[in-house]
Write a protein that binds this ligand. Structure first.
Ligand code: ZN
Length: 530
């Protein structure tokens, strides 16, 4: 079977997406993730176009990738300049990348209107640039810009452009739906025609302006394309590029192409979410395969059926792509859903129906106020723990958080907290680099003497999401805190219209969870010893 080459352009086309701004270290981390995922080519950027990309290629010198080859992206030489005198081509060579992806115009009208040169000179530009890079020992991918639009208007010219690149030694002719306006049927017939002329050398590069980037890429593969370009999470210009996180499982699981090993496919969800974190963009819930909602069941009837047979409402096993089945508690679902959700978190509610009903009521009430227990399993466990009638190990009485910035002095943050532990009021104060950090320190100070296990924990991550204001004035915030010790991590959540209060609730849950799980642990040890 033909091997399909995955070509990732997250670091170049993806970086051109609105709201994305990768630093050099972001790009290096993403490179590592892409290499683990097993893509064949990582397009790192456009050397010389901006300092970040130049520094990235300098940092990549000597880096040995396990699976992927690095590509530098740039355009064909300028009109009327020889390749050796073209600074941009020289920067591509100097980048040290073994592959150079050259974009060239193939739409005759744009050659005249945008490049403002003759169609004959554009053919020379393609030919000379490819040949010069090959002479200097590079592998060349030719990105045929606007190929589909160009081929409709002037098929002969578009084909002559790719032919020049092919004859000059380009190893891939990648047809680009640059404006993203083409539909799958036309993509398929056009690619089939190009494959019949040049053989197994055709690639596809689609944008998602009609919502068809993935479908278009699959149509191209069906027609014989051997290279598929795309971006993690579908990042990219305007509406984005073809989403590799959808393409990879579709190619592998639905079309039977071997594009990744089982282990690599299993990493897909984690890698997609890690890249989203690096891009500082919330991972899309509803993304196919890797989204948090992709295998989440909400309607009571669906939840009920899923508990009986897994194929009832899911098309593949989520574990194959490293995702997992989740159940959402909502007004549409009740007790059975809570039992399933508790089981998702490893809590067995057994046959305790009144308990499950109490938890369901409490969850509904909290979700209405903006809570979400997605990614906050420790807060959910505490909720069940409290519903079972357990007393909290401490009670928050009150707190003051101060932020002071005076002329000539640096910012000072101080928190004072009052906590009730075994009928004693403990009163402490601490400073921090921000109000949340100060509250964390003060609470830690108050609790550690009585609960030494707190001393082993630390705060790893702190995230704030702004929720849509329900009444149009006060937008709430949801704070997620990740804490942990040497062995494990746990996540807690707090909601409020006030960010300090939301943080306070999430922090208090984090400490309570540390204490409760330590108590459980010692109870288990006592039981085992006895
Ligand atoms: Zn593009």
């Amino acid at each position: 079977m033909t091997r399909i080459e995955l070509y990732d352009t997250t670091l170049r086309d993806g970086a051109q997406g609105v709201g994305i701004n990768f630093s050099v270290s972001d790009k290096l981390r993403i490179t590592e993730l892409l290499d683990q995922l097993g893509v064949s080519v990582i397009e790192g950027g456009w050397p010389g176009a901006n300092p970040t990309d130049s520094e990235y290629f300098a940092s990549m010198r000597g880096v040995q990738l396990e699976n992927a080859s690095l590509a530098a992206f740039g355009s064909t030489r300028r009109a009327g300049v020889s390749p050796q005198d073209d600074l941009q081509l020289r920067a591509l060579l100097d980048s040290g990348a073994p592959i150079v992806t050259l974009v060239g115009k193939t739409w005759a009208r744009q050659v005249a209107d945008v490049l403002r040169t003759s169609s004959e000179e554009n053919l020379h530009m393609i030919e000379d640039s490819v040949a010069w890079l090959i002479d200097h020992g590079r592998r060349v991918v030719f990105d045929a810009e606007h190929f589909f639009d160009g081929a409709i208007e002037d098929t002969d010219y578009a084909l002559r452009c790719v032919e020049r690149a092919f004859d000059a030694g380009a190893e891939r002719l990648t047809l680009c739906d640059t404006n993203g306006g083409t539909l799958p049927d036309l993509i398929e017939t056009t690619v089939r025609d190009v494959v019949s002329r040049f053989g197994d050398v055709v690639g596809i590069h689609c944008h998602n302006d009609t919502g068809c980037a993935v479908a278009n890429s699959l149509a191209a593969v069906r027609a014989g394309a051997v290279q598929v370009q795309g971006c993690i999470n579908g990042y990219g210009e305007r509406t984005g590029n073809a989403n590799l996180c959808t393409l990879i499982p579709n190619l592998q699981l639905k079309m039977g192409f071997a594009v990744a090993s089982d282990d690599q496919l299993h990493m897909l969800t984690t890698i997609a979410r890690d890249v989203a974190e690096i891009a500082n963009i919330a991972p899309p819930h509803s993304a196919p395969y890797i989204g948090s909602a992709a295998f989440t069941h909400k309607g009571g009837q669906h939840v009920d059926a899923m508990a009986k047979v897994a194929y009832a409402y899911q098309h593949v096993d989520p574990a194959v792509v490293g995702n997992r089945r989740m159940t959402v508690v909502s007004e549409q679902s009740g007790r059975a859903t809570v039992v399933t959700k508790a089981a998702d978190f490893g809590i067995d509610l057994g046959g305790d129906h009144p308990l499950a009903r109490r938890v369901a009521e409490e969850v509904k009430h909290l979700e209405f106020r903006g809570y979400s227990f997605e990614g906050a399993e420790a807060s959910f466990e505490l909720l069940v723990h409290r519903a079972r009638g357990h007393e909290a190990p401490f009670k928050l009485v009150d707190y003051i958080a101060l932020v002071e910035q005076r002329e000539g002095r640096s910012l000072v943050c101080e928190a004072t907290v009052k906590v009730l532990v075994d009928d004693d009021v403990v009163h402490t104060a601490a400073e921090g680099n921000g109000p949340v950090n100060a509250m964390d320190a003060a609470l830690r100070k108050a609790l550690t003497p009585r609960f030494p296990e707190i001393g082993l924990t630390q705060l790893f991550d702190y995230k704030v999401r702004v929720l849509d204001g329900r009444d149009g004035t006060a937008a709430g915030v949801r704070v997620l805190v990740e804490s942990g010790d040497h062995h494990r991590r746990w996540n807690t959540v707090g909601c409020s219209t006030n960010i300090i209060e939301a943080s306070w609730i999430a922090l208090a849950d984090a400490f309570e969870y540390a204490i409760v799980s330590a108590q459980h642990q010692s109870a288990r040890e006592v039981a085992a010893a006895g």
